[in-house]
Design a binder for this molecule. Structure first.
Ligand code: GLU
Length: 317
């Protein structure tokens, strides 16, 4: 029998969810449910300065209100892969880091933000700074001396090699890690683990078989696949989604209060009107009519989704 699909919601509780987040969660949920699969809710609260418990509580209420029911995980939840908050999973990230250190692929980096910008290679296509490798070959003595002055971040050496994968939606995708990002951060100088490491460790440990998320993270996937390889974990399937745009073509952000769930409900829209509008944006409905997530399950298919970013339907305004 084929392995059961396990998808996930991986919100960062640094503000209210916006419709772009909900669009991703709806589609991650539909993809898993269409295959009779399950969904795990993992709280990506790695950054203590930006994450707030009240946002986690709120996003859980928002998901439940829309009918996006998860099967495992969430705040303070018990379960086979507990804890489900990244802030409580540092021991697992430490273990992975030790595995990478044992392969002699990790080195300390003392560059300040300003130095990183000054020494960076020309920006990669998506505006990301490519690390120039300034601290790649420091001697033990230099490392000792500099550690006395400031705590280092930790970076992973990446190979000058093409990573190739098949995205469920965007198809064959290739990226050379050395050219796209260079040696990337595993742990910040303040001790906070980097998203790239934590997400791989968690998706692997939680048995996630498919990662469905916005295409803003497409460029991170080769880094994550490299970590899967080094850590000896089987990689999940990846499906990236077009981004949802405001009606004027802007990208949505947590600052767009008029498009928060609260604002839409306050304007009198029902939860089904909102999920229906998102289902329409995903190409699953011919009209932006009310539809619950359950009603959208039989309609879900990757082929119907547009590749280009989609503007929100005016039914929401
Ligand atoms: N926590 C990330 C975010 O909210 C999502 C990470 C992922 O889906 O891999 O943007």
């Amino acid at each position: 029998m084929a392995q059961q699909a396990v998808g996930r919601f991986a919100p960062s509780p640094s503000g209210r969810l916006h419709l772009g987040n909900l669009f991703c969660f709806l589609l991650a949920w539909l993809s898993a449910r269409r295959q009779g699969g399950r969904i795990i809710l993992r709280i990506e609260d790695l950054d203590p300065a930006r994450s707030k418990r009240k946002y986690t509580e709120q996003l859980q209420r928002d998901l439940a209100l829309l009918g996006l029911v998860w099967d495992e995980g969430g705040l303070d939840a018990a379960g086979p892969h507990a804890p489900y908050e990244q802030s409580r999973r540092a021991a697992l990230y430490e273990q992975a880091l030790a595995q990478l250190r044992a392969q002699e692929l990790v080195y300390p980096c003392f560059c300040s933000r300003a130095q990183l910008h000054a020494a960076s290679a020309p920006h990669a296509a998506d505006g990301e700074v490519v690390y120039a490798g300034t601290c790649r070959n420091l001697t033990d003595e230099e490392i000792r001396r500099r550690t006395l002055v400031r705590p280092p971040a930790l970076r992973l050496r990446v190979p000058d090699e093409e990573m190739v994968f098949q995205d469920l939606h965007y198809g064959r995708t290739t990226q050379n890690l050395a050219q796209a990002c260079g040696d990337f951060i595993l742990r910040r100088s303040d001790g906070v683990f980097a998203y790239q490491l934590a997400v791989v460790v968690d998706d692997a440990e939680m048995g996630i078989t498919e990662v469905v998320r916005g295409r803003d993270l497409l460029a991170s996937t080769p880094r994550q696949l490299y970590l899967y390889r080094l850590l000896g974990f089987p990689a999940p399937r990846f499906g990236h989604l077009p981004l949802l745009l405001a009606p004027d073509g802007r990208r949505l952000s947590k600052r767009d209060d008029d498009l928060s769930l609260d604002a839409l409900l306050a304007r009198g829209l029902s939860p089904a009107a909102i999920t229906g509008a998102l289902g329409f944006a995903a190409g699953l409905l011919e009209r932006p009519e009310p539809a619950t997530p359950d009603q959208l399950i039989p309609l879900f298919s990757w082929d119907k989704l547009p590749r280009e970013d989609v503007r929100l339907p005016s039914s929401l305004f």
